[in-house]
Design a protein around this ligand. Structure first.
Ligand code: ADP
Ligand code: MG
Ligand code: MG
Length: 931
């Protein structure tokens, strides 16, 4: 029978680049063979054969014929015979798909053993014990993988035999014991399958090939692909590689091991790995004996060590990448059984990128492309010590990466006082609000029981580079008792916990952490990235401290400075509230006059910190009520005060009541009661509680007046600026005066004024007129004509539609993609993330969370149009993005594609964005917008 299709490729002929067809393992076995490395001879049956098998549930016609032909060639090459009684050929039947899926699919070793070839193996090796050991291993492995017999049947016999002969370890069993064991294993197969163990080696091979193909659809493998999102385009079916067995367990001149061409933990340029003398491949993984470090081999097996070093350099100079390889030594001869690109941690990736470039092994481009930008995060925040042992108490969302330990504190004020006093604090709250910000400053980390990855806590923590676990619902917080419960565990204020914002885990007690490190190599690599990238990378930063830190991360300016963060600081909030509560313009102006110097000082600080670089300041954005307590809180406080008043009244009547009820008792207490009555009347005359009640009621009235059905779409942003011109005027003045003062000191600055929530061109024009007026005034008073840019945030759909006209006034646009995504989807972020978005993602209605990954198909198209229309009006229009997406590598590629000038993200993400910006440039030709 002739088959129409070629399924099988000898290692000498297979295309080493075609991993889709031959699997990663098969392709590399071919490639290694072809470049002359010592690989045991063999061949690979393709993934096409696998898919044909899975479709019909039987091996495709012609496959076994092809395999027989290749087996004949293998016999010729090795001079051995398959199933031979004197010099038997044994093979391994190995799985391997295009994407590495470690341990997910099956490999069968020592295939070809039967009662006849067993004798041959004994003759061949002169080692009866070894032969029986191989036989019993093969029966078990074949039984399990190919015949579906559970391990426990075999393991049970193994334990029984060891007990019977008093052998503590497998290796203590002698030939006779193993012979007996093999007999029992054959009986198990007979019992479990109703058939004898297949003796015909080709029958064994046929069953094994089918079993390996089937393992592609095994539960483990399917789950793994789901978990790591491996699509059919990345890996479609497993290939089967059939490889002549070599034996590492043939004595003390044999062995087996695994190696990395460089240290995968540090990147150091030395061979790294482990080996075992007189052992087979799986023994290293199984941990039957403790392997030795390859460094020791230099003493123990110097000649093999020399070959290994040579293998290492041949692998690297061929693959131009760090390799992770498997080797076996049979009687002094080194064989390479597998190689693949080494998986390394971020530190090692960065170091090897720089060093391999300097060694001439890779180009600068490759150095920039081989690291996934997101992994750099590992290096930018503290991590839990790698070898800690602790059981997690609860798990929430990984809202902001990094690990931190500290004492639990349940409110921001306490966090502030205890933090200032030098204690390490973790702020634990149900959810956080803008007025909790002062607590964030003093906390090591934040833990909330409610809210998603873009909740207030998460966003603010990320901005500050502090660890945060959000939405940890297993934790039930009781603010009254100042305690929290997780299952049976009660956590009290002051108890120490550790949070890991990278995984969302919460631990009781302190777990050691390792600090972030911004290495020399990282600086070098990111320096190269900046040379290549077109996009500039800015930071979102609201204070001089954040600004300085962002600069250390390599930020090329500040793309978003949120002024409300300044309003929330404890020393300003009362003045801000005064401004909000003002009944008249004069009162409000008085409060604003007090805020002006404070804001001016803030801006001066930030300009100084960012000297030489642009700083984009956004005018006030949130609705006013965010600066006031909630109505519920006020009502509660007022009720308490009323209660106090009633209590005092009742106390006043106490002497008279007592006298009436029990004159004797009254006499007894009279001396004590007199001073109390005096104190009470003084307190009453002071009208203290009445004043506070009046004040609180006034605030409550204002809070009620400011209440909005949908604050996100309410009286905020430019709408505030238009209705209360004095607020924006104060801020604009603070910016321009700060700039003038810096100018006088010779500090080079590039301020930009940005207006949030703009929907109509007219809004922007109004604010522009304030700016023009104040600019003149500052020129008159300071004698300096401040140079700055004026621009609009684009975070309202209408503004994107009007971008052409908007660009007549705006010198820059900055896409506020957080709000723009909400507006485009008509989703409120919090509600979406807490209610339906996870379901949307799971069921494939939406591929990603649009608040983490820019929705290119929708929001992105609006952006593209706005850029085009804006630049049609003003070709020099500067355009950037300042939403969370500005730090997301996939979104950055799109930003490059639509020719933005910059992305702005939180400080700690700046290095990630720098690398992503370089990759966006290097890969621009391959970029395809999703459709
Ligand atoms: P995995 O993908 O799980 O690593 P492999 O196919 O690489 O599976 O094989 C598992 C183990 O068996 C490895 O340790 C490998 O070195 C060893 N092995 C596979 N084929 C052979 C062979 N022909 N000779 C000796 N050892 C082998
Ligand atoms: Mg392997
Ligand atoms: Mg916004």
């Amino acid at each position: 029978m002739t088959s129409s299709k070629k399924y099988v490729y000898a290692f000498e002929e297979g295309d080493g680049k075609n991993k889709m067809l031959l699997g990663g393992k098969g392709a590399n076995l071919c490639e290694m063979t072809q470049i002359g490395l010592n690989v045991p001879p063999g061949f690979t049956a393709s993934t096409d054969a696998c898919n044909a098998y899975l479709e019909k549930n039987q091996l495709p016609p012609g496959l076994m014929d092809e395999i027989r032909t290749h087996m004949a060639a293998l016999e010729k090459k090795t001079g051995k015979g398959f199933g031979d009684a004197k010099n038997p050929l044994l093979i391994s039947v190995r799985s391997g798909a295009a994407m590495s899926m470690p341990g997910m699919m099956d490999t069968i070793l020592n295939l070809g053993l039967n009662e006849v070839s067993l004798k041959g193996l004994i003759t061949q090796t002169g080692n009866e014990r070894f032969a029986y050991d191989a036989y019993r291993r093969f029966i078990q492995l074949f039984g399990k993988i190919a015949l579906n017999i559970s391990d426990e049947h075999f393991d049970e016999r193994m334990v029984a035999i060891k007990r019977k002969y008093g052998a503590p370890q497998d290796v203590d069993l002698n030939t006779e014991h193993l012979k007996e064991l093999a007999g029992e294993f054959l009986a198990i197969v007979q019992r479990q399958t109703g058939q004898a163990f297949p003796q015909d080696p080709f029958v064994q091979l046929e069953i094994a090939v089918g079993a390996v193909f089937r393992s592609w659809m095994g539960k483990r493998a399917v789950d793994y692909r789901k978990q790591f999102r491996i699509t059919k385009a990345q890996a479609n079916g497993t290939a089967v590689s059939i490889c002549t067995m070599v034996f590492g367990n043939m004595g003390n001149d044999s062995g087996t091991g695994v190696g990395f061409t460089r240290n995968p933990g540090t990147g150091e340029n030395v061979i790294y790995g482990e080996y075992l003398v007189n052992a087979q491949g799986e023994d290293v993984v199984a941990g039957i004996r403790t392997p030795k470090a390859i460094a020791e081999m230099e003493q123990e097996m110097p000649e093999i060590h020399r070959q290994l070093i040579q293998l290492r350099s041949r692998l690297e100079s061929h693959y131009h990448e760090v390799q992770d390889f498997e080797f076996t030594i049979e009687k002094g001869i080194l064989y390479c059984l597998q190689t693949r690109n080494g998986k390394m941690n971020a530190r090692a990736m960065v170091r090897t990128s720089v060093e391999m470039f300097h060694e001439g092994l890779i180009t600068k481009e490759r150095a920039l492309l081989r690291t996934e930008p997101a992994v750099l995060e590992q290096l930018l925040v503290p991590q839990l010590a790698p070898n800690f042992h602790a059981k997690s108490l609860a798990q929430g969302l990984s809202a902001s990466p990094g690990a931190a330990s500290g004492k639990i504190v349940f409110d921001a004020d306490t966090a502030e006082t205890r933090g200032r006093a030098g204690e390490k604090i973790i702020l634990v709250r149900e959810e956080t609000k803008p007025e909790d910000i002062h607590g964030f400053f003093q906390a090591q980390g934040i833990l909330t029981s409610r809210g998603g990855k873009t909740s207030h806590a998460a966003v603010v923590a990320r901005g500050m580079g502090k660890p945060c676990v959000s939405g940890c619902e297993q934790i039930v917080i009781n603010d009254q008792l100042r305690s929290a419960k997780v299952g049976d565990t009660v956590l009290k204020e002051g108890d120490v916990i550790t949070i890991d914002g990278g995984t969302g885990h919460v631990y009781a007690g302190e777990i050691p952490t390792v600090e972030a490190e911004f290495s020399e190599e990282m600086n070098t690599l990111l320096g190269w990235a900046d040379e290549v990238a077109v996009l500039k990378v800015m930071a979102n930063a609201d204070s001089p401290v954040d600004a300085l830190r962002a600069r250390e991360f390599g930020a090329m300016g500040i793309g978003l400075c949120r002024t409300e963060r300044m309003f929330n600081a404890t020393d300003r909030l009362p003045i801000v509230q005064e401004m909000i509560l003002a009944e008249t313009l004069e009162e409000r102006q008085a409060a604003l006059d007090r805020l002006l110097p404070i804001q001016r000082a803030d801006f001066k600080g930030i300009f100084k910190a960012m000297k030489g670089l642009p700083v984009t300041v956004r005018l006030l954005d949130p609705p006013m009520h965010e600066f006031l307590p909630t109505a519920a809180q006020l009502e509660l406080e007022i009720a308490h005060l009323h209660q106090l008043r009633d209590t005092i009244k009742a106390l006043e009547d106490l002497p008279e009541t007592l006298k009436m009820l029990n004159p004797k008792l009254y006499q007894q207490y009279a001396d004590g009661l007199t001073p109390l009555m005096g104190a009470l009347s003084t307190f009453k005359k002071s009208h203290m509680e009445a004043e506070v009640i009046a004040k609180k009621e006034k605030i409550l009235k204002k809070v009620r007046a400011l209440a909005e059905v949908n604050p996100m779409l309410g009286h905020r942003g430019v709408r505030l600026g238009i209705t209360y011109p004095e607020i924006y005027s104060m801020q604009i003045r603070a910016i321009l005066e700060a700039a003038a003062l810096c100018g006088k000191q010779g500090i080079e600055i590039y301020p930009e004024i940005m207006v949030p929530q703009v929907a109509t061109v007219e809004e922007l024009k109004r604010i522009h007129s304030y700016v023009q007026r104040i600019r003149q005034e500052v020129r008159a008073t300071h004698g300096i004509d401040v140079q700055f840019k004026f621009g609009s945030m684009l975070e309202v759909v209408r503004a994107c539609m009007r971008s052409g006209r908007m660009a007549e006034i705006a010198e820059f646009f900055s896409f506020g993609t957080n709000d723009l995504s909400q507006a485009t989807f008509s989703f409120s972020r919090e509600d979406a993330e807490n209610k339906f978005l996870p379901f949307y993602n799971e069921t494939g209605i939406l591929e990603d969370n649009p608040f983490e990954v820019l929705d290119i198909k929708g929001v992105g198209q609006l952006m593209k149009m706005a850029v085009q229309n804006g630049r049609a009006t003003n070709p020099d229009l500067k355009v950037g993005i300042c939403g969370e997406h500005g730090g997301h590598p996939g979104s950055i590629r799109f930003c490059h594609h639509i020719k933005l000038n910059y992305v702005s993200c939180s400080g700690p993400r700046v290095p990630i964005a720098r690398l992503a910006a370089a990759q966006a440039k290097l890969l621009e030709d391959q970029y395809r917008e999703p459709v």
